[in-house]
Design a protein around this ligand. Sequence first.
Ligand code: HEM
Length: 253
Amino acid sequence: MKNKNIDYIIEGLIDRQVSGKKSKMPARLDFFQSLSGLVLALFMWVHMALVSSILISEEFMYKVTKLLEGSWLIDGGHPAFVSVAVAMIFSIFVAHAFLAIRKFPNSYRQYRNFKAHMLMYSHDETKLWFVQAITGFALFFLGSVHLYIMLTNPGDIGPYASSYRVVEQWMWPLYLGLLIAVELHGTIGLYKLVVKWGWFDNKTAKQTRARLKKIKWAITLFFLILGILSLLAYVKIGLQHHDGRYMPTQETT
Ligand code: HEM
């Protein structure tokens, strides 16, 4: 009698699963993961352009910083403008990470099976997925540290303050790791989006992918080189102001 009842309950549950309405939730979550990824990847292009303003001159980077502080709206600008922008990007960053953890292997066994599959069938797209998962995992930590510092110290951005942070506060190793992770992660993500939505399809699927992969590598290399050169510029300025008299908030005018 007891067993019959259990069978009855299980059948009911299966019926509900099979005949019930299909959930649109997985598709919605996928869409928001793609959208947040697209916003973050495009933001990173703008971000790298702004950060690399140091390659033109200290004066120019200072002017860029002031513009971001809203000097075009209020006299002298205010760091609160930066904080608001960081809070928005940080929220999208957390939402994107939250939506992405659904796709991570959730046990050592799953991870081992995935790796065995990857090694057995040497398939480019599977390898890209793996690189994206690893770099995404690194971004959880590296990205959060950077964003938290930007959020709580919005007034300490500029040619001298940034260089001080990079050298004296030992941010350069974190930035180097963050740069490599974000450039690989972002361009692989964009590549997958373009393939998924067929934005630049032409000829055969194989040819399209081969062409897109070349563009992907070119973009990754471009931003890696730009980022490393900018980082070196901050390190150089930071080392020149290495002595204790240097104040982190002192800026050029
Ligand atoms: C609105 C949000 C953000 C602001 C205001 C911001 C600002 C800055 C600034 C001012 C620097 C120069 C170094 C410093 O001052 O410490 C920098 C460097 C860097 N940021 Fe951001 N950042 C933001 C978001 C992000 C995000 C989301 C990422 C990636 C997850 C990122 C990755 C990096 C990297 C890799 C560097 C080093 C660049 C180089 O190689 O020179 N940033 N950021």
